[in-house]
Design a protein around this ligand. Sequence first.
Ligand SMILES: [Zn+2]
Length: 482
Amino acid sequence: MNTERFLHPFSPQGRYPIGGGNEGQSAPRKLEGGSNELYTREFKLPSEVEASLSKNQRKILLSLVRAARRFGQLYTEYDDKSDPRLPFYPLGVKKERILDAAKSNPEIISPYTIVSRSENGVLVATPMHKFYQDKLKTLGILDLLKRAADAAGRGKDKDIKLQRYLKAKAKAFENGDYEGAERIWLEREDEPIIDIAIGFYDTYSDRFLGIKYSAEAWVGVLDRQLTSDTQWFSDSFLKWWQQTTRRSAPRAKMRIEHTRIQSGQAARYEWSGNSLPCQSGWRAAMGSKFTIFKPVFVDKFLHQKLPNLRDLIDTRKIQGITDSFVKLATLRTHIAHEIGHSLVPSENIQQRLQKHAAWLKELYCDLLALTGYRRVKGLNLRESEIALAMLLSEGYLEYQNQRKRPEYHKKSTILLNYLLEEGSIRVEEGHFTWEDTEAVFKGIASLLKEVQKMLEEGKFSDVQQLHDKYFDPTIYRHFLMK
Ligand SMILES: [Zn+2]
């Protein structure tokens, strides 16, 4: 496999010129208690990638980057951490009241609505495309999508499928039919050179019930070489899963891209990968696609994950392991994790597990990724051991990042405490270490079983119990002393 190119990463330029691209739009209004952080992360394309684009493709890219940048403002302006209900539910409302109101009006718990109180105190649901209607118009987002669609239909490198998708996206923001656009996006066999995901996705910002989607977008240029180089691992992982579960895996497309921009919720969470669509029913019917944001991945790897791993893991465990080897293992873990999102057993998870759904799913994807990585045939076992070491050490990074990504802090702390209590790993002089690697993977497999059961049929109280038993961040004091 030719991974050499990848192992000499460019360094991301202009680290997140936050707020740099406001294009003369008025600055977001500061909300009471709101953070007023502008969630946009922009990356410079490597020069050879920039040079490979035609004039027309540059035009498309420009319009889409602008659309994504402005779309992020929908998230930023309504981001308010003063109450977990905001911005999706009215202040003071009780959970029971919402769930009760949903019995007669299911739109209340649709991921695509904002709930408010009417004058006579009744809970009402406004579809997001209506709620944000004026904003979408004044920011010119639909026009930018249509302009990009026009450009996509022109020239000798025209991309008619991209054009259809962009038109459907613009339409979706007018009529709330997101499914049609999603289908066009997922059903194409090849990967577009330039791609955009823009819309209301992922429930992470709903800290109250974990049901509502938030505005987010990303735009990037396909890394064709790396995407095809890593296809083998992706296929092998899925093959392992099918053989183990005797089930047929849903279609999951993969794209590794030179991301140009992330905005809204995606920028706030600094994701290095994402898998869409979010609805399990849609995934089953249309398949899914995960995107690895290469500049985010590379930047995090070089500046956070790698030094943190070298710092926290027993040196005897990583002796002689090169940085490139660690990087390959980290990328593959990411890919397996993202595939995991399309395999999450998910009957009604959000409604059943509510605020516990997000971290439990993340934990599931980590456990599945490690277990499968260990079993994929033809790989050096040191790879999955390094993947394990990386995940253990990442707990400390997530601990430092807990205010920004509380779900990730939860899942990694729970994993660490589970393995510590079980005794397969331990902390020695500020380092994680273990004697028997197979025993650690056994522990991971048994936690995977438990988590899988909870996702399939667990009650809220079961997950609460797991949470209370293992969510103990005091373990990180070992590392604070260093
Ligand atoms: Zn994930």
